[in-house]
Write a protein that binds this ligand. Sequence first.
Ligand code: ADP
Ligand code: NG1
Ligand code: MG
Length: 477
Amino acid sequence: MAAHPPKTKILISANKRLQNLKEAFEKKYGEPPLFYARAPGRVNLIGEHIDYCGYAVLPMAIEQSILAAVTVNDSKKIYLANTEPKYKDFTVSSEDIEIDKDNPQWYYYFLCGVKGIQVSHVDSAYYFLCGVKGIQEHLGKVTLSGMKCVVDGTIPASSGLSSSSALVCCAALLTMEVNHKSLNKVALAEISAKCERYIGTEGGGMDQSISFLAEEGTAKLIEFHPLRASDVRLPEGAVFVISNCCVEMNKAATSHFNIRVVECRIATKMLAKARGLEWGRLLKLSQVQAELEASLEEMLRLVAEVLHPEPYSREEVCKALGITTEQLCTDLLSPNTQHVAQFKLYQRARHVYGEAARVLRFKSVCDEAPSAPNGVQRLGDLMKQSHASCRDLYECSCPELDQLVEICLQSGAVGSRLTGAGWGGCAVSMVPTDKVESFLKSVRELYYTADPRRAQLEKHSLFVTKPGGGAAIFLED
Ligand code: ADP
Ligand code: NG1
Ligand code: MG
């Protein structure tokens, strides 16, 4: 049976961050916290924008996290505060949680997690009662206890290290604890992935999965349908360095992310229809491959045969699929992509199948003996190819991030690529251990010191990272 997130006793006074949070909580609410919940951010080493297409990805958790201090009461109100003043206090009834997709405020991410758990109780009751139809309406929403929380985050926001999902996962975990329930890590990851979509972005589940399933000292291959994680031993003789290009991209406040999801969905239908499959029920590019029982190389050939590099107009998509514009809008486009006039299906599908193959190659190089010839170099090459594909085919980079990746390579990295959704945010570089100091010095000089804004942000923007542990509950010892 899958494990539950750990719950450990800890000496709060021995941990500066917990101690500061405890003091902030006492100052805010006049009582000490009952417990703490922590969920980490992540860096994705390879496998970008393919989780929502059903393909495996290869992230690791990082030390930076969302931490929350919590007390429980029977007020049926949720009081939220944040140690960062730009995130304003918010209070809501636990019986009436609504998430406004058009206004993705920080507390809505938190409430996604709370609501996910609330709805999941109804779901589990549904299964428990052997699928009695309409049980959801019959039971109504489960009433949640009231709680007071102070949230503290150390993950640079909107930078591809998944601060949003760490917040959702932290809220989901602490909501379970507040309501004396427990779920295993896989169930929590699946609920959190599903409920983060309340904010509007149609993500694939990588971030929430690694936040719960991470283990210290190892990266993970995360596979979907069913969700599972296996250890990936990283090569000896190299470390991973994160560098932030200092351009923020708020994924829920823009349509970039969902446009890519929609383009992949339309490409799925076009490829499936061209090969005589039941295209109406297929939603993900991985499903087309599974139905055709084809290799990823064969899928790349199919893309070249069926799709053209010129962007598709709405009319062309409708004509090819035999659907009306209304059907396109309701069945294929999301609420925030209704305006999109052109779709780059060939480029997006090529990226997805190519990137899925690179993830498998990366994993198999890591599975070879640590001393395998050119292991580090081969991984570095895959990272470089991944960045080129994200930049040129998926168009999810930006000039600053491309410049930063180039600087990282010039400074001694064997591989460097954007990580996370992109359009800003971080690069991850693989650097030979004996070159780390000179690498950091060079990137500092070439990217950060020259620009006063970047120089100010550098302390939290350029750092060596290693695989951290997953989400956990802490109690004061
Ligand atoms: P990321 O790549 O970091 O996941 P997103 O655009 O998906 O970027 O999510 C960023 C959003 O997450 C922020 O706009 C904010 O609403 C929320 N967030 C991130 N960090 C914190 C924090 N420490 N406290 C509150 N909300 C946070
Ligand atoms: P970030 O960078 O955290 O917004 C997003 C998605 C992932 C994945 C990556 C791209 C969410 C919550 N996260 O991550 O599922 O698709 O982009 O690989 O939507
Ligand atoms: Mg995010």
